[in-house]
Each structure stands twice: as C-alpha cells, then as structure tokens.
Design a protein around this ligand. Sequence first.
Ligand code: AMP
Ligand code: ZN
Length: 468
Amino acid sequence: MKLYNTMSKKKEEFVPLEQDKVKMYVCGPTVYNFIHIGNARPMIVFDTVRRYFEYKGYEVNFVSNFTDVDDKIIKKAIEEGVTADEISKRYIAECKKDMEGMNVKPATTHPLATEEIGGMIELIRTLIDKGFAYEKNGTVYYRTRKFADYGKLSHKNLDDLRSGNRSLLVTGEDEKEDPLDFVLWKPKKEGEPAWESPWSEGRPGWHIECSEMSKKYLGEQIDIHAGGEDLIFPHHENEIAQSEAANGKEFAKYWLHNGFLNIDNRKMSKSLGNFFTVREISEKYDLQILRFFMLSAHYRSPLNFSAELMESAKNGLERIVTAAENLRFLMKNAQAEAMNESEKEAFAKTREYVEGFEKAMDDDFNTADAVAAVFELVKYANTTADGDSSKEYLQGILDVLGKLTDVLGIIVEKKEELLDADIEALIEERQAARKEKNFARADEIRDELLARGIILKDTREGVQWKRA
Ligand code: AMP
Ligand code: ZN
C-alpha cells in the first residue's frame, strides 16, 4: 500500500510503527461557525482513508481535535454577547450533526484544546528547558533558528523565509528574537478566556495544541498526520519543530494533505459570495451526494464544486443505490436458495472488481478509480442478476457491493420509511420528556425525526407533523 508523503514528495510504502495498527491525527476545524464545504473535504477524505485501513484489517486510532479557543471564536462571542464557550460548544454540536449527515465516523477521540491546557503548559516548559523557547513580557516564543530541520516539510529554506518575511513581525510581537519565531503562549487581553501559567494569565498558540493532543492521545510518534494543504506551512512545520524538539524523535512518519475545494473554479470566499456551509448544501442535496462528489476526485487534486458536478454525483450515486435495491427486490422473490455451478463461476468473477478497487485504493487512495471499479461491479450485477438468480448469488453480490461502498462511506441501504405509528410514538415520547424537563432527549427526538424527513410543528392544539 503506497501513500504520498508531503515530507519526501514521493509515494512511499506504508509500514506501520506497530504491526496491524495505525495512529492517525487529523487537524480539525476551528469552531466559530457552521463548517463550510471546504472543511468537509479533509473530513470526508481522511475518514475514507481510515475506513480503508480498517477494511485492510488495521486497528485505527483516529484523533481529530476541535480548536475551541481562538480569535475568531472570541470575536463571534463578543458580536453575540455570549461566552466563547457557548459559541464553541454550539458549533461543535452542529459540526457533529454535519459529520453524521456525511457519514463521517466519530474519531476515536475528539479532544478539545481548552481541556488540554495543562499538558500544553508542560510541553512549553520542556521547550523552554531545552532552549527551544523563551519568554518575553508574558509571551512565550519558539526559537525557530534553534531547530535545524525547520522547513523540512514545506521544503522552505530558512534564509529565504527570513529575508522574504519581514511581515512576520506582527505588531505587538516586535520583542521576538527573530521574525520567524512563533507564539507558544500569549497573555490575555481584556475579556478573553484565560488560564494561569508560569508566564502570564493567557492562552496557548494554535500550533502547540496539536503537538500536545497528538502526544497525549497517540504517543510521541505517530504514523500519519493529515490536514488540508494550507496547513503545511506554517502550522505543520511548527508542530514538527515543537514535537521533535521536545520529544527528541521523529513526530509523524507520513504527512498527508488534501487539495483545496474551489467553487466554479474560484477560491471560496465570503466576499466573492461563493461560500457554502455544509448545512446550506444539505437543504438542497442529501449529504451522501456531497460525500460521493468529494470522492470522485483524487484527494490531492484541486476539486471544483459546481451544480453540474453535484448533479452528476447524484446520478452516479443513484445508479449504485438502485442496483442494491434491485438485488434486494430480486432476493425477496428468488426461488432457488443456493448458487448453481454457473452462478458460482459468475460470482468468482466479482473478485476482479474487488481487486480493481483495492489496486486503486492501494495507490495513494485513488478514490476516483475505486469509484470506477464500483460502477463496473454495478454494471456486472445489473447484467447477471435476474429473476432466475439464487438467493445466495444475489446476497453474495450485495455483500461485495456493500463492503466496497462501506469503505467509501456510501450507504446503499435506504433508511426504511418511518411508519405513521412510529412517528406518533416518538412524538409522544418527546412530549413526556418535555414534561419531565428532559429537554436534551426532547431535542434529540426532534433531530432524529428531522434527519428522517419528518418536520414537527408545535401548535397550541398540539404537535403537528409532516414529511419533508
Ligand atoms: P480551519 O478551521 O480553517 O483550520 O480548517 C479546518 C480544515 O479544513 C483544515 O484541514 C483546512 O486545511 C481545511 N480546509 C479549509 N478550507 C478548505 C478548502 N477550501 N478546501 C479544502 N480544505 C479546506
Ligand atoms: Zn493541527
């Protein structure tokens, strides 16, 4: 199995640190708003990477953080007149709903930066003790020039960086020894969330968060560190400088970065008016379609989002789901139980499609070709399965199809429509929960119904419902 390592700029054979195990860290979003469809790309592609490792029999420890203390969160909290904590909690919950809609598995651990401050302080202390960091007026900086390998991931030369980056001298940070030094700890400003530390009451810099959370939940050395390509410099470069200086060993063996998502061939930005949240997209399309669309390209290529491409993803996905439905329908009416000789031969042929799929995924997770292999299997199913097929044959093909689509995180089984009686029962349960002031459960029921296409309306006469 080969994967492209940003560090070596080459495809390398994957060799795990520990047999049959993968330790993987993916930088998560800063939670100050609904996630946008660009943020959804690393979630979907690295969830697919995880699923493929699991398919291959690896046990994956998958850690992805939420950055829940940041200037943008504080700004939003001030705008709304609420606490930063309220903003981050709200958007973590919303992000998790979007992830569920996109069928992104929850991480093994989703650490929150604000719950790991103690560990970050310890890490900063180690860096100071080892001479890799220094304090000035309550701020702690990383001494970049002390780390000989700085620039090895982004393939940047330190001297070029220094001469070309006078702008790195941010106002208020002019006490730095060197413009390339970056912040590990900063004192609070009025009204900002803050924690006690040996240097000042303040908060950690962004980069130290990931070094600490990766170490705490995965150990000093990990197999894979991943994120969008904009994180290569400076974020990942700085994480390497921090972790390797503190721990004295190579931080991550493989660095994976996804390409950017553009809209109508332009960079997505609020000012251009071409900015979509996942939630907005979910009002128009099933998020399964968004997922399938993302996987139609190789994860390292730039990907263009457009209505036409979403339509084509919708049609493609429909073809797969319909084939699965057809197999299930045939199974209900099938006469023969076991495969006959010619069916056995026909079934053996499905191995070719599975191999095509695995070959594509083994080649740096080429999901575009993997999807093509699924389409070939669908075509094969459509041409070989019919009213004369045995149950065993139909189930066999359905299982193969299910195994492959599961790696892609595509659900081929349509959720059974809720019967009226089930809906009424859930509404009754929700009313009871409300009476007991168990609003969490009441909201949960409303959300579950909504996810299954049932909209509730509370009126003076009671609860009314309709199908979306
Ligand atoms: P942020 O909250 O900005 O730190 O972003 C969270 C993740 O989304 C990071 O891995 C980013 O690299 C990634 N990301 C942000 N914008 C895009 C985009 N337009 N296309 C692909 N990935 C993106
Ligand atoms: Zn990170």
